[in-house]
Design a protein around this ligand. Structure first.
Ligand SMILES: CNC(=O)[C@@H](NC(=O)[C@H](CC(C)C)CN(O)C=O)C(C)(C)C
Ligand SMILES: [Ca+2]
Ligand SMILES: [Ca+2]
Ligand SMILES: [Zn+2]
Ligand SMILES: [Zn+2]
Length: 169
């Protein structure tokens, strides 16, 4: 029982672009970029969507790290609590994904110790990108689109998530 946004907001094109506006100091820039590539692949593997990184101009999905007030009406809240947020498909800020840089961002795989004390950028990004392509939250506890973060070692997209994206695209 996935949910879409009011009126089934979706992209009117399948070749979606994204741009990483800045990087968190917690991880190397290429590690961050790779986490985003893997998070987009979660969705492109089960839909006709493709995600291409651009390095200038306006992309569909503009990605940034910010803390507290970061230029939109939804300020972050310091360490823990709200980890990130993203807007459903559309023009301008729609489709964009923002990550709270007061969190300690770690890898989605690898040193579990670090992940125990941090949040997996891969898992959080995969959730945010779900919103950015039109999925709202799911009530299924094991679904990626469930509203609460939980660290999963070997991540698998839940059938509920797949049903949602395949319903839209
Ligand atoms: C650890 N903190 C949490 O679990 C918090 N949940 C989040 O920050 C959501 C993102 C997670 C699911 C990656 C916010 N969200 O839905 C963005 O699209 C609270 C449940 C405390 C709000
Ligand atoms: Ca946008
Ligand atoms: Ca926070
Ligand atoms: Zn924001
Ligand atoms: Zn969410």
């Amino acid at each position: 029982n996935f949910q879409t946004f009011e009126g089934d907001l979706k992209w009117d094109h399948n070749d979606i672009t994204y741009r990483v506006l800045n990087h968190s100091p917690d991880l190397d820039a290429d590690v961050i970029d790779d986490a985003f590539v893997r998070a987009f692949k979660v969705w492109s593997d089960v839909s006709p969507l493709t995600f291409t990184q651009i390095y200038s101009g306006e992309a569909d999905i503009m990605i940034l790290f910010g803390s507290d007030d970061h230029g939109d009406p939804y300020p972050f809240d310091g360490k823990d609590g709200l980890l990130a947020h993203a807007y459903p498909p559309g023009e301008g800020v729609q489709g964009d994904a923002h990550f709270d840089d007061d969190e300690f961002w770690t890898l989605g795989t690898g040193v579990v110790v670090k992940t125990r004390f941090g949040y997996s950028l891969f898992l959080v990004a995969a959730h945010e990108f779900g919103h950015a392509i039109g999925l709202e939250h799911s009530a299924v506890r094991d679904a990626l689109m469930y509203p609460m973060y939980s660290y999963i070692e070997d991540f698998q997209l839940h059938q509920d998530d797949v049903a949602g994206v395949q319903y839209l695209y």
